[in-house]
Design a protein around this ligand. Structure first.
Ligand SMILES: [Zn+2]
Length: 305
């Protein structure tokens, strides 16, 4: 489930529905509370304290610290094995197509049916930092969108979101910004990309719920900023009235989420057509600078594949 990148909790208890068998396949297991089984991971050159349980096989978790290749996401129980792997591993970016690039930020689109091992390892990694996430035992129905920052060495994973391929309602299933990239506006970029993809598919959607408390905060912020921006623009060029339906059509945010956001902004209760008046504080909010997805670039790059 989505989480907010500005807040961190370290309570270890959680529940999971799946675990990884000795063969490496994710299997469905009864839900039960689990305590954190790893203290930390080495992710490339970054030492990251873990937050929650993740069902890595026991032989990996006995040492309490594991080593993960930041490019192929293979995990190792010892530093020696990891160093040996790093000398041999030539992978420098996630599998799949690079569907977006703006400066040093790229997105790769990965089919869960084609890159099963990579996506399983991504799920195991993300579970270390997501309390409410249930690991998928079947990755085939999902697409994964991995965001990276590139330098001369390679494409370093910042975070990702997953999305069910044939979902009528949901435009996002799970989202994570890795801890060392948090508080830099990348969580917002992930959410924004999920809505840009929804625009290309011409499908108004909503993220999978229930939210974690932190995920709700993250989305609230995105919805508020996006809706205020639309209201501000509409107010400038048209004045007068705008409906919930029109806001939803312009932002691809589900009408229920629009309605909810207007309530959180304290803009009355809405039934069909209504006049929305902007306050000075709301207009100031819309002027805040933030990292943005260039929607023209998404269309352009996607058209290539
Ligand atoms: Zn590797």
């Amino acid at each position: 489930m989505p989480f907010d990148e500005s807040l961190v909790t370290s309570e270890p208890s959680t529940h999971v529905e799946c675990s990884q068998s000795e063969s490496g396949a994710l299997e469905k297991k009864p839900i039960k509370a689990r305590v954190k089984n790893l203290e930390a991971i080495w992710f490339g050159e970054h030492y990251l304290q873990t937050w929650y349980f993740s069902p890595y096989p026991q032989e990996y978790t006995e040492a309490r610290v594991i080593y993960i290749c930041e490019f192929c996401l293979y995990h190792f129980a010892s530093e020696k094995q990891f160093e040996r792997h790093c000398k041999k591993c030539t992978i420098r970016h996630p599998p799949g197509n690079e569907i977006y690039r703006d400066g040093d930020v790229s997105f790769f689109e990965i089919d869960g049916a084609r890159q099963v091992t990579y996506c399983q390892n991504l799920s195991l990694l993300s579970k270390l930092f997501l309390d409410q996430k249930s690991l998928y035992y079947d990755l085939i129905p999902f697409m994964f969108y991995v965001m990276c920052r590139s330098d001369t060495y390679g494409f370093h994973t910042i975070g990702y979101f997953s999305k069910e391929k044939n979902s009528i309602e949901h435009n996002l299933s799970c989202i994570l910004t890795l801890p060392h990239f948090q508080r830099q506006g990348y969580g917002r970029l992930l959410i924004e990309m999920s809505y840009e993809l929804a625009k290309i598919e011409n499908k108004i959607g909503t993220p999978e719920k229930p939210f974690s408390d932190l995920g709700l905060l993250s989305y609230q912020k995105y919805w508020q900023e996006t809706i205020i921006e639309i209201l501000h623009r509409y107010h400038q060029f048209h004045g007068g009235e705008i409906t919930i339906e029109e806001i939803s059509e312009k932002t691809y945010i589900d009408q229920r989420d629009v309605l909810y956001t207007l309530h959180t902004l304290g803009i009355g209760s809405y039934q069909g057509q209504t006049t929305i008046r902007l306050t000075d504080a709301m207009i100031d909010m819309s002027k805040n600078k933030k990292r943005r997805i260039d929607s023209i670039a998404v269309n352009k790059v996607l058209a290539v594949f």
